[in-house]
Ligand binder design. Structure first.
Ligand SMILES: Cc1cc2nc3c(=O)[nH]c(=O)nc-3n(C[C@H](O)[C@H](O)[C@H](O)COP(=O)(O)OP(=O)(O)OC[C@H]3O[C@@H](n4cnc5c(N)ncnc54)[C@H](O)[C@@H]3O)c2cc1C
Length: 431
């Protein structure tokens, strides 16, 4: 159960919090507040739903345990990518190819929605176009080519195939053999994007309460989010607590495994040296299970992410581990130090597909972004808002994706997942 916070909490120390735009602090929830919709969590999912609902004229309250963007939304790798946390082929296997096509096209809408909101609300979040999924091993080349074929033939979404020479011209790293390049995906400063969405939501009338952990959800005709000192009651409730929420709706907890992932910001490299690492400024992710992902910052640092932790405990010597991984990609960065390193939790679902839907007819939720949520969260908020306003067809399409519980409950889940992940890491290492 969440602990009660008596003093305002700060964002986790990171390059993002060090470069965040000034943002107002919101009050704690005290006493009784009512609105058409009450939302748990001020990350991208909760803020997206709030913004859509407020723009449609509904009154909205967000109750946030810490600060706006305190969770994954303010800490992530900033990569804004089409699709979901699992392969589209997996979604096709779960719901059929026709439904999979529709779900894929909505994921592309999620990428467009990010850019649209940046523009519409004047959010300065360092947006840059371009993203490459890169191959480390020969089998990855086959996987990328099969993926490109699938995207072109089943989803009419063309991405560019880059052989080693073409990739090297943009990303001079000895580690990669080829890439799928998508000019429509991109990257941004996720905390500034999240704070910008909050500003837009407040301007549209949304009331945000920070430092107010929800301790329980009272279900019923009018759901209530209860904190230590107050309660928010609405006609509808949205649960958008991601990997951090626990004990509010147990049937959701069983579908999610919190997994730690980590990012570091190097010392400033200087404009020329940084530009020579990723010449076209794209974001990059490999396709290993325990993947590396990286991009350049506006102030010419490399932001390098990787190193999953299935125990959710921060790994010892995180900066050293990230440095080792980084110099496998860029040997020329040997000796470059990380000015800050930080981590966060992602909400992995068993099949890594999105888990969005409702509990009864008053409580809505979105989770299971599985490390792939910067774009998909915006869409989740939008389709939940549509459903609350009476247009549930898109949310229902997501709700048809079947989801299994993690076996063994919370106590057994972690060791089992650690064992499963050890296998995937071994597979990454061997083949
Ligand atoms: C290190 C890292 C790197 C990542 N990189 C990428 C990437 O490059 N690209 C990508 O697409 N995705 C990435 N992701 C995933 C992406 O960040 C998430 O999918 C997305 O931010 C989830 O947004 P959210 O709003 O659902 O959850 P969150 O941002 O986690 O927000 C949930 C909020 O709910 C609040 N909360 C929880 N419990 C309570 C409670 N009891 N009461 C009140 N409030 C509560 C939390 O404090 C939090 O602010 C990454 C994630 C991490 C951690």
């Amino acid at each position: 159960m969440a602990k009660t916070l008596r003093t305002p909490s700060a964002h986790v120390d990171s390059w993002y919090s060090q470069t965040a735009h000034a943002a107002p602090e919101h009050p704690r929830l005290q006493g009784r507040e009512t609105a058409d919709v009450v939302i748990l969590g001020a990350g991208l999912t909760g803020l997206s739903a709030a913004l859509e609902l407020a723009e449609a004229g509904l009154s909205v309250i967000i109750v946030e345990a810490r600060r706006v963007g305190w969770g994954a939304s303010g800490r992530n790798g900033g990569q804004v990518i089409f699709g979901y946390g699992c392969d589209q082929a997996k979604i096709a296997a779960l719901v059929g190819i026709e439904a999979s096509r529709v779900l894929f096209s909505w994921s592309v809408e999620g990428v467009q929605l990010v850019q649209q909101r940046l523009h519409q609300h004047g959010i300065d979040a360092d947006w840059r176009e371009g993203h490459a999924h890169v191959a480390i091993k020969p089998r990855h080349l086959d996987e990328l080519k099969a993926w490109q074929d699938d995207l072109a033939s089943n989803y009419t979404y063309p991405v560019q195939w880059w052989d080693r020479d073409r990739l090297q011209a943009q990303l001079p790293s000895p580690r990669y053999l080829g890439a799928l390049y998508d000019p429509r995906s991109g990257h941004l400063h996720p905390l500034n994007y999240t704070l910008g969405l909050a500003r837009a939501a407040v301007a549209a009338g949304v009331r945000i309460f920070e430092n107010s952990p929800v301790l329980s959800l009272v279900r019923g005709g009018r759901p209530i989010l209860r904190t230590a000192d107050g309660e928010a009651e609405g006609s509808f409730c949205v649960l958008a607590g991601n990997a951090l929420v626990h004990g509010i709706a147990p049937e959701l907890d069983d579908k999610i495994m919190p997994v730690g992932t980590y990012v570091g910001a190097t010392e400033p490299l200087g404009e020329e040296r940084a530009a020579d690492l990723i010449r076209n400024g794209m974001a990059v992710a490999d396709i290993n299970w325990a993947l590396d992902y990286f991009r350049l910052s506006r102030d010419h640092r490399l932001l390098f992410g990787g190193r999953a932790s299935y125990s959710t405990l921060p790994p010892p010597n995180l900066a050293g581990t990230l440095a080792r991984r980084m110099t496998r990609v860029f040997p020329q960065l040997a000796g470059v130090r990380f000015d800050s390193v930080w981590g966060g939790l992602v909400d992995i679902s068993f099949n890594r597909a999105p888990h969005w839907g409702r509990l009864g007819d008053k409580v809505y939720f979105a989770q299971g972004f599985s490390g792939h949520g910067v774009a998909a969260t915006g869409l989740a908020g939008r389709v939940i808002a549509e459903a609350i306003r009476g247009q549930a067809s898109r949310l229902d399409a997501y709700a048809r994706i079947p989801h299994a519980n993690f076996p063994g409950g919370r106590a057994l889940r972690t060791p089992m997942l650690v064992a499963a992940m050890a296998w995937f890491k071994l597979r990454d290492a061997l083949w």
